[in-house]
Ligand binder design. Structure first.
Ligand SMILES: Cc1cc2nc3c(=O)[nH]c(=O)nc-3n(C[C@H](O)[C@H](O)[C@H](O)COP(=O)(O)O)c2cc1C
Length: 208
C-alpha cells in the first residue's frame, strides 16, 4: 500500500562511470605532524583538525554518492571504502528498483564483497548511500551490523533525487546505535560541490 508511491523515478541521471581509483589510495601528507608547515607546500588547506583517523564508507549504484564520498575524503584526508555487493545490482534502472524494493520488503541483508581493513584504527566513520525506496539500501544494514561501532563517531550522508533525505540519514543513525553521531548531510546531485561539503564539515568540526 505504502508502496503505491513509486520511488520518485528520479530524472534518471546517466549513471556515472565510477572512477577506477583505488579506495584508500589517499596519499599521506609528507609531514603529517605539521601539515601547515609553509615549507611543505601543496597541502590541502582543509587539513583535518585533529589526529582522528577517518573512514568514508559508502554504497553507490550510479556514481553520485561516490562523488560525494570522494569530496568528503579529499577534504578530510579520510580513507575510502566502497561497499560493494557480492551479487551486483542490475545495471538497468527499472530492474534495480525492483530488486531494491524486494530487498527492502524482505528486510534482506545483501552480502558485501569486501571487508574494511584495520577497523580498529578508525575513530570517525562516514556512512553514505543513495536514498532507495524512501530509506537507506539494505546493504547499509549489512554494513552497519558487520562492525563494532562502540567508541566510534558516525557521520551519515546520502544523495537523493527528491525525497526522504532526512529519513535516510536517520536510518543510518538508527543502524549504528553504539556510535556517537555528528549531524549528517544529504545532497542532490547538482548540489555536490566543494563549497557545500566544506561548510558542512566545518559546521561539525571536522575541518577548520
Ligand atoms: C532503487 C532506487 C530507489 C530510489 N528511491 C528514491 C527515493 O525514494 N527518493 C529519492 O529522492 N530518490 C530515490 N532514488 C534516486 C537516488 O537516490 C539518487 O539518484 C541518488 O543520488 C543515486 O545515487 P548513486 O548514483 O550513488 O546510486 C532511487 C534510486 C534507485 C536506483
Amino acid at each position: 500500500p505504502e508502496d503505491e508511491n513509486e520511488p520518485e523515478m528520479p530524472g534518471i541521471e546517466t549513471p556515472e562511470t565510477p572512477d577506477e581509483e583505488e579506495p584508500g589510495d589517499q596519499e599521506e601528507p609528507d609531514n603529517p605532524d605539521n601539515p601547515d608547515d609553509p615549507n611543505n607546500p601543496g597541502e590541502n588547506p582543509d587539513t583535518p583538525e585533529s589526529d582522528s583517523k577517518i573512514l568514508v564508507a559508502y554504497f553507490s549504484w550510479g556514481g553520485t554518492t561516490q562523488r560525494m564520498a570522494q569530496e568528503i575524503a579529499s577534504q578530510t584526508g579520510a580513507d575510502l571504502f566502497r561497499i560493494e555487493p557480492t551479487v551486483p545490482y542490475p545495471t538497468d534502472y527499472t530492474e534495480c528498483t525492483e530488486v531494491a524494493l524486494a530487498e527492502r520488503d524482505n528486510d534482506a541483508r545483501p552480502a558485501i564483497a569486501d571487508n574494511v581493513e584495520n577497523w580498529e584504527q578508525y575513530d570517525v566513520i562516514f556512512i553514505g548511500s543513495p536514498v532507495w525506496w524512501h530509506t537507506a539500501p539494505m546493504i547499509i544494514a549489512t554494513f552497519a551490523e558487520s562492525y563494532d561501532f562502540s567508541g566510534k563517531t558516525v557521520v551519515p550522508f546520502c544523495t537523493y533525487s527528491a525525497t526522504y533525505r532526512d529519513e535516510t540519514l536517520a536510518r543510518i543513525v538508527e543502524l549504528t546505535p553504539d556510535a556517537e553521531h555528528l549531524t549528517g548531510e544529504g545532497l542532490t546531485s547538482g548540489r555536490i560541490n566543494e563549497q557545500n561539503i566544506s561548510s558542512w564539515l566545518k559546521e561539525i568540526g571536522l575541518i577548520e
